[in-house]
Design a protein around this ligand. Structure first.
Ligand code: SAH
Length: 257
């Protein structure tokens, strides 16, 4: 391939997005980093097929947060990245989706910046865009929405963030994509209905998007909680609310099997 890649220097950390699942969604820079890194510190969300693409010399260290199970504290992850960089390693910090979308990549980058460690950020395809596309749901469509909001279903303590402006959110964007939505689904739905979103509005839960295990549950805002009880879905999953979900009837192009 006729392309010159930036130097991945020893003592440097690359904070790289691995996309939602399908290894084909990696950027060329992400692939270059995988082939060059001495040490790969990866999130629980990163698809194992992608981790397996690292150079044979690379040390692979799983280190990521995962809702519901024991996971390392963010401070420990930051400390580990600094330690490896100071040992002169080419450190690849590999995160699911895009590193700066709800992945605490900003906190990691700030820790590196504060410590004076050279770093680079390689954006990835975020689940709320690429994962939806694999589910046949466009993030925008001309006749449906001119705005979209990406929202986290829980804040630092695992709860729906206190003081969150639900009325503003419900009025402010025609399509809403909730990351980390499963555990708080009933609360999220309750607040959206209370804030005036229509009970018959189309919604979908998209689980394990862009992986061989992708599943999608289509419903309406008032029905989704009952439907999810009848057909449980596994994390990682997103909740999508809005008219674009209805287009899936014609755009469901991908067959994960
Ligand atoms: N940085 C990631 C998001 C990290 S937060 C990104 O840009 O995609 C973790 C949440 O992302 C999960 O709880 C889920 O809501 C969503 N997510 C990530 N990968 C996903 C996938 N393959 N399918 C569905 N949701 C996914």
């Amino acid at each position: 391939m006729d392309m010159t890649f930036p130097d991945f220097a020893p003592g440097c950390v690359w904070l790289v997005g691995a996309g939602p699942g399908d290894p084909g969604l990696l950027t060329l820079l992400a692939l270059h980093a995988l082939k060059t890194a001495d040490h790969v510190v990866h999130d629980a969300l990163v698809d194992p097929r992608i981790v397996a693409m690292a150079a044979r010399k690379a040390v692979i260290e799983p280190m990521g947060k995962r809702g519901g199970t024991a996971s390392p504290r963010q401070g420990d992850i930051n400390t580990r990245l600094l330690e490896l960089a100071r040992q002169g390693k080419r450190v690849l910090r590999l995160k699911g989706g895009d590193p700066f979308v709800f992945g605490r990549g900003a906190e990691e980058a700030l820790a590196l910046a504060d410590a004076g460690i050279p770093f680079r950020v390689v954006p990835g395809v975020t689940a709320g865009v690429g994962g939806l596309a694999y589910a046949g749901i466009p993030t925008t469509a001309r006749d449906c929405n001119s705005s979209i909001a990406f929202v986290t279903g829980h804040g630092q303590d695992g709860e729906v963030p206190a003081g969150f402006d639900w009325d503003g959110l419900a009025r402010g964007a025609q399509v809403l994509v909730f990351y980390m939505a499963l555990r708080q689904l009933d609360k999220v739905v309750e607040r959206l209905l209370a804030a005036g979103r229509k009970p018959d509005e189309p919604v979908a839960i998209v689980s394990k998007a862009a992986t061989p295990h992708q599943t999608v549950l289509e419903s309406t805002l008032s029905q989704i909680v009952a439907d999810l009880t009848a057909q449980p879905m596994e994390p990682p999953a997103m909740l999508v609310v809005g008219g674009v979900v209805a287009l899936r009837a014609r755009l469901d192009w991908w067959n994960p099997g």
